[in-house]
Design a binder for this molecule. Structure first.
Ligand SMILES: N[C@@H](CCC(=O)N[C@@H](CS)C(=O)NCC(=O)O)C(=O)O
Length: 241
């Protein structure tokens, strides 16, 4: 992709200038994409430092205590970590457009949906890595059960997006995995996915693809599949992506 992922031996970027934001990211990380989606939705300019997660720079643990991405530097040396906390920070700091609702009850419900959706990650990794300890059909069923409440929510509200007439926080927090689902479909063409059980989520996905923030943060199917193939073969090397 021609992106420079900073690694061991690479110098730390210069101190952040006042008034700027720096996102420590990794383009392939769904959590980092959450931050990029919110920044794009708000139209906030930011600089990006891509981190090689297989060979992290020595100084990176001074940025993020667990040396994970994303981390958002909001003033020199002042960093917000955890994708959901970064999203909340940005929604407070840059209120237009507001991604959380004024309706606190709705926000609470969306946070519960999001927390339950978090269980998708280990299943995503199983599909990606081809972990044979569990039949793939079982993993697909587990994913279907995890996303069913989201389908039900769209059916209940009748809205295109979880946020209503336009994407809100839940939409953006879930989207990175939806984008990767297409990569998985291309990677595993023989795996049957029960897509017909999720008509509203399919329509949601099509609508989300037209959203400017989604477009700004999107990576092509080929790029996702290239990463996934390397990951699956155990040959992941960020210098070669
Ligand atoms: N709960 C964290 C998860 C972040 C996360 O797991 N990031 C991964 C990449 S997708 C990472 O940095 N892994 C490197 C490591 O664990 O050493 C968040 O929401 O920000």
């Amino acid at each position: 992709m021609g992106v420079k992922f900073l690694k061991k031996g690479d110098p730390r970027p210069p101190s952040l200038e006042a008034g700027r934001l720096r996102l420590y990211s990794n383009l392939y990380c769904p959590y980092a994409q959450r931050a990029r989606l919110v920044l794009a939705a708000k139209g906030v300019p930011f600089e990006t430092t891509e981190i090689n997660l297989r060979n992290k720079p020595e100084w990176y643990s001074a940025v993020h205590p667990d040396a994970k991405v994303p981390a958002l530097e909001v003033a020199a040396g002042e960093v917000v970590v955890e994708s959901l906390d970064i999203a909340d920070y940005l929604d407070r700091k840059f209120p237009e457009p507001k991604l959380w609702s004024d309706d606190q009850q709705k926000n609470l419900h969306h946070k519960q949906l999001l927390e339950a959706f978090g269980k998708v990650l280990p299943n995503y990794v199983k599909l990606l890595s081809g972990n044979a300890s569990q039949p793939v059909e079982e993993v697909v069923s587990a994913v279907a059960a995890i996303i069913k409440p989201l389908e039900d929510e769209l059916a209940k509200t009748g809205s295109t997006y979880f946020g209503g007439a336009r994407p809100g926080m839940l939409d953006y927090m879930v989207w990175p995995w939806a984008e990767r689902l297409e990569g998985l479909r291309a990677l595993l063409p023989d795996v049957q996915l029960p897509l017909n059980d999720f008509p509203r989520l399919m329509a949601w996905g099509a609508a989300m693809k037209e959203d400017p923030a989604v477009k700004a943060s999107a990576m092509s199917l080929d790029t996702h599949v290239g990463f996934m193939k390397m990951y699956r073969q155990g040959t992941l090397d960020f210098d070669k992506l």
